[in-house]
Design a binder for this molecule. Sequence first.
Ligand SMILES: [Fe+2]
Length: 408
Amino acid sequence: MIIAIYLTFINLYAFFVYGLDKHKAVKNGEKESERVPSVSVRGKSGPGRRGRSGSRSGEGDRGSSGVRPGGRSHTGRSAVRRVPESTLIALAVIGGGPGAFLGMTVFRHKTQKKKFTRTVPALAVLWGAFIVFCLYQNFHLTVTEYKYEADAECTIVQISDLHNQFFGYNEGALLKKIKKCGPDMILVTGDVVDSGKTDLRLAKAFFKGAVKIAPVYYVSGNHDYALMEECVRDAYGEKKMYDFISGADAGLMNAIVGDEKCVKQSFGAFLKDIQDAGVVLLDGKTAEFGDGIILAGAYDNSNLAEYGWEDDPRLKILLSHDPGMAESYKQSGADLVFAGHYHGGQIVIPGKGGLLSPNLTFYPKYCGGEYDLGSASMIVSRGLGNSALPLRINNYPEIVVVKVGKTE
Ligand SMILES: [Fe+2]
């Protein structure tokens, strides 16, 4: 998102600076020289003498006009200080290539200067290609399908680490793709919101759309957790915050929803709203799905609760955020674990795997995919959005689908 904002800004800025400089050139009386190729003027000084501006195009290299600041323009008025040509080129170099080229074309500015006609279109193509590449890498939704053998039968869609990434109005493109997968349940393994660029309206729109497709089960990630802490601190103050959190046996998100003061805070109200819409807040809780499946949620930054389900013959599914706690998940007695958090390593190096974790450690162990934990299988989603590093390369946003059933 930060890169998208930067590129949008720099291109708009480049476009307007080219327009501004053209305006200044016109004010300095250089309008025609921009449009009509200059010709040698025969006069007292003989053939080939250049015009007053000292340039074939009528634009000198100094400040683009060739008229010294404070000097006089062709019209005899005080000359306006022009934008240096080096600045105009630099804007195209640092990402504003398409905007600069558009500015050149629309305002017919610098269109006869080789320095510009050779570099700016090339930079426009280069940056344009980079922008398209980044957009495709970060917004092209993919589906990864797994099969899991069990007596129960269902199709599970897992969504993880959305981080308020925008996939169409009210996350429409994402919801459409989820619906196409035909889920019986949707598991959300944390970081739907991003604590650094929180957009609760967008997150709410996602949840409200998702519950219309299938039952939704949600556990918090580290970003959701940070917002929950903030919510409790705003409701009770720094001192009582830790008491409240340590007393939240059934998971912090459920404690917040059940607390009058907390639901008055923005994140508390958000949790209450999505719960009222039908989302199951699963942190520290269990839930039954049909006859053959039991779900449990482990909340972030906490030890796994004891669910007492070791002898339960049903398929035991555990939702958590951080796959780094795989050993605890194994001991929980779960059969199938869903996690996320590592964003697929953000940049995937062919043959080596995901490069970075969100806390910037190299080649994290559980980047994305299916892992055999011995007594359990763990599916780690590559996620959909970004946090610290705002770019994915060779690592498309991912919707995970797990087809549970008997093998034929
Ligand atoms: Fe995340």
